[in-house]
Design a protein around this ligand. Structure first.
Ligand code: CO8
Length: 258
């Protein structure tokens, strides 16, 4: 499939998706969001882990495209926000792990895209922020929802009300990213993490992700009931039989994803 703003690389079962709009530091316009939507809808079923990064060495995604947003009216703003939020939600609920390899600016919609991924790792040169209030808008691609859940209300509100930009080491300190790496080590680290996931049972990872994603918004009794149901489902998979048989017979497991 052809894209104007996405570059796709395959490393066996790992797919690397690069957002590529060099003239605007990979800012997201509606064409890129539509391409992202099409990419997610048609993702190669052989993909076991998706890594999202920015093309070039300066930016992950520098936000939504300000030149496109500048002239929107209320209804158009609503629709643009809905488009971004819907695409990011599709990424969030993909039945495979998604790692954001944040290689530079992750501002506004870029930080929100990273937060829709399961895991964020970053270059030491990365910078994060929700600078929207400085532009007269609010985070509109789900940032007001995900940032407080990820880092807590207090610091999320400070970031959103001040629009301050934080460095990678601060993002690590507050738990916005899992680890930071020298720029040339970022993609190898993402691939290494992805390979560990590929070695495990695909359905188990899918069910674990479903449980954690759904539990986000449930109360404790509902969350624990859901986890028990999904735990039960594992025992209907051949991968569970294979994984446990392999352990008991001291041999490596061969998972089939069934
Ligand atoms: N949109 C459009 N163009 C951009 C964007 C952007 N978000 N970011 C950078 N660019 C463009 C610049 O205009 C510039 O273009 P040109 O060369 O034609 O002048 C080019 O990229 C290079 O940028 P700079 O020259 O500014 O590069 P610097 O290294 O000096 O600065 C920064 C890099 C700090 C990243 C700076 O470009 C910047 O501050 N960019 C804007 C960051 C920002 O505010 N992002 C948030 C945008 S709002 C948002 O994401 C809202 C999401 C929810 C939307 C809901 C819709 C309703």
């Amino acid at each position: 499939m052809d894209y104007n703003f996405l570059k796709i690389e395959k490393h066996d079962a790992i797919t690397v998706l690069k957002i590529s709009a060099p003239k605007s530091l990979n800012a997201l316009n509606s064409t890129i969001l539509t391409e992202l939507d099409r990419f997610v809808d048609s993702i190669d079923p052989a993909t076991r882990v998706l890594i999202i990064t920015g093309d070039g060495d300066k930016s992950f995604v520098a936000g939504a495209d300000i030149s496109e947003m500048a002239h929107l009216d209320e209804q158009e703003g609503y629709e643009f926000g809905k488009l971004g939020a819907a695409v990011f939600r599709k990424i969030e609920v993909l039945p495979i792990p998604v790692i954001a390899a944040v290689n530079g600016f992750a501002l506004g919609g870029g930080c929100e895209l990273a937060m829709a991924c399961d895991i964020r790792i970053a270059s030491v040169k990365a910078k994060f922020g929700q600078p929207e209030v400085g532009l007269g808008i609010i985070p509109g691609f789900s940032g007001t929802y995900r940032l407080p859940k990820l880092i807590g209300q207090g610091y999320a509100k400070e970031m959103i009300y001040t629009g301050k930009i934080i460095r990678a080491d601060e993002a690590l300190r507050i738990g916005l990213v899992n680890s930071i790496h020298e720029p040339e080590e970022l993609m190898p680290a993402a691939i290494e993490m992805a390979k560990k996931m590929v070695a495990c049972a695909p359905m188990a990872i899918c069910l674990a992700k479903l449980s954690m994603n759904e539990n986000y918004d449930l109360n404790a009794p509902e969350a624990l009931e859901l986890e028990s149901k999904l735990f039960g489902k594992c025992f209907a998979t051949t991968d569970q039989k294979e994984g446990m048989d392999a352990f008991l017979n001291k041999r490596p497991a061969k998972f089939t994803g069934k």
